[in-house]
Design a protein around this ligand. Structure first.
Ligand SMILES: [Fe+2]
Length: 516
């Protein structure tokens, strides 16, 4: 173990990696301290956040780190060989934040790629690539970005992330949450003949409750190099959904009816560790146990505005004890909310601004209120009460404000299936919703889940369903928005191949879908 004095003395005496004296420098750790990789996020026209976390022994308590703050050097270059260093400095990795490093780099040029890396002693991180946004005053001709999330480690390999890493000209990736799943290793799955089969991989550790549990879980997920590749290659807008804390939590409520003041402690631990592992700005550090401003916006010139929602932290409890159920009066609760009052006024204000060709709402749970029946003999309509369908009044209020806007596209996750359809207000389409599947949650899947034909028949606004794993690539011009549903053929074994299952286009000016 190092004393603080020894560490700081060593740090002061250690030259930058790449300098001639490097051969003499010593690694301070028994393991490689950058084993969990690097990433970048929350880009602006003049910069972005670059991230790493020191963990020489990722699965040991505190990642094998001494409990002292350590100085980590960082560099941002204009070229991938680091010949032209445009920014550099030193950041402190603190034990309070699990020795994570979040650097908010500023002063860069808009709309271009940069490369970054970290070093400590003689150890150097992998190289990451990041991209700034164009200026708000710019008029980009086109934009391409990715949408991904829901990555249960036990359900499958992260092959889709490696394919996402290889997608070219991606400006950024929106992550809709479920970065981890909080469960301990579960019992067997069952194959099509109802025989028990093992999971593809196993979670280490118990159900996550405290900071140490969540840190270990993220460390396990980030030990996957497919995920590291996608994180290093692209710049992310991360958001969280339920599994960063607990299945289907909302506000102060968890599904086990734990007293609110007790549940808040678990939520605080989950959100702290989410912050530690995500390339987000210090403004999103949890305060008093909650992230008050996880909702935020980004502009891509005059082409696209995106409003990223937080549909968990301030939501009213799910009606009728949650689940997939027939209508109950709680769905019509006039006081219910999916997002906070502040978040709703911010969103409605942003939608009304009309400064960009497209308005995108990037959020977690499905906004279409679909009839979820999967069998012809089911009598009553079924609702997913953990989605906007469980909250009629705030849902109607938001959709009503989209009337007259002809450029709104909603991006969603959570469902572990691909969906595309129309959002309607008073029977008329007002926006298009694309629901992205999962990276691995749900396992291999198949083109259509049993009963999807019944769903398509019962919901005329629903235009497309698919039950394979993958992610979305959206390509946007001022006149058209095209979403490509990228799917992998398998996640249970390595080497799954990627293909485009469907491409759908929305013409600006009319909320409708053309399927290619
Ligand atoms: Fe999920």
């Amino acid at each position: 173990m190092f004393t603080r004095r020894q560490i700081l003395t060593t740090a002061a005496a250690t030259p930058l990696v790449g300098a001639p004296a490097i051969a003499k420098a010593q690694s301070w750790f028994a393991g490689y301290p950058f084993a969990l990789g690097v990433t970048s996020g929350d880009p602006a026209p003049d910069g972005f956040v670059i991230w790493t976390k020191l963990a020489p022994k990722p699965f040991e308590p505190h990642g094998g780190m001494p409990m002292v703050p350590l100085p980590v050097k960082w560099e941002v270059a204009g070229d991938d060989r680091f010949k032209i260093i445009v920014a550099s400095g030193e950041a402190t990795a603190r034990p309070e934040l699990g020795h994570s490093v979040h650097v908010e780099v500023a002063g860069l040029q808009p709309d271009r790629p940069y490369w970054y890396r970290f070093s400590l002693g003689s150890d150097q991180s992998a190289r990451g690539r990041a991209r700034t946004l164009p200026l708000a005053s710019a008029s980009p001709a086109a934009l391409k970005f990715g949408v991904a999330g829901c990555q249960n480690y036990e359900d499958g390999l992260f092959t889709a992330f490696r394919h996402l890493a290889r997608e070219e000209d991606i400006a950024f990736v929106y992550h809709y949450g479920d970065f981890i799943y909080e469960y301990k290793q579960r019992g067997p799955d069952y194959d099509k003949d109802s025989l028990p089969v093992d999971q593809v991989r196993h979670h280490i550790g118990q159900d996550c409750f405290d900071v140490g549990d969540y840190r270990l879980r993220y460390a396990q997920y980030l030990s996957d190099y497919d995920l590291q590749a996608a994180r290093a290659q692209h710049t992310w807008f991360p958001t969280f959904d339920d599994h960063e804390v607990e299945n289907n939590w909302v506000g102060d409520f968890d599904w086990k009816d734990v007293p609110a003041e007790v549940f808040r402690l678990r939520r605080q631990a989950g959100l702290q560790v989410w912050y530690e592992y995500m390339p987000v700005r210090a403004a999103m550090l949890p305060r008093n146990g909650i992230i008050t401003n996880a909702y935020r916006e980004a502009r891509f010139g005059d082409l696209l505005s995106i409003d990223f929602l937080d549909t968990r932290s301030f939501r009213s409890d799910q009606p009728c004890d949650d689940g997939f159920k027939p209508y109950c009066p709680g769905i019509g609760d006039s006081k219910a909310q999916v997002i906070s009052a502040e978040e709703e006024s911010w969103l409605l204000r942003n939608l009304a601004r009309k400064q960009t060709s497209w308005n995108c709402i990037a959020q977690q749970v499905m906004m279409m209120s679909l009839d979820r029946r999967r069998y012809d003999d089911e009598k009553e309509k079924i609702y997913n009460l953990d989605s906007w369908a469980g909250y009629d009044v705030p849902r109607d209020r938001l959709l009503a404000r989209m009337r007259g806007l002809t450029n709104v596209v909603v991006l969603t996750g959570d469902e572990h299936q691909n969906f595309a359809g129309l959002l309607e207000s008073q029977g008329k389409p007002v926006a298009v919703e694309f629901v992205s599947t999962s990276i691995s949650s749900g396992g291999d899947g198949s083109d259509l889940r049993k009963g999807s034909d019944v769903m398509l028949k019962n919901n005329p606004e629903l235009k497309f369903v698919n039950d394979q794993r993958g992610y979305l690539v959206c390509e946007i011009t001022p006149d058209a928005w095209t979403t490509h549903f990228r799917v992998v053929d398998q996640v249970s074994v390595a080497g799954g191949s990627i293909s485009t299952r469907a491409s759908m286009t929305v013409a600006r000016g009319e909320p409708s879908l053309q399927i290619a």
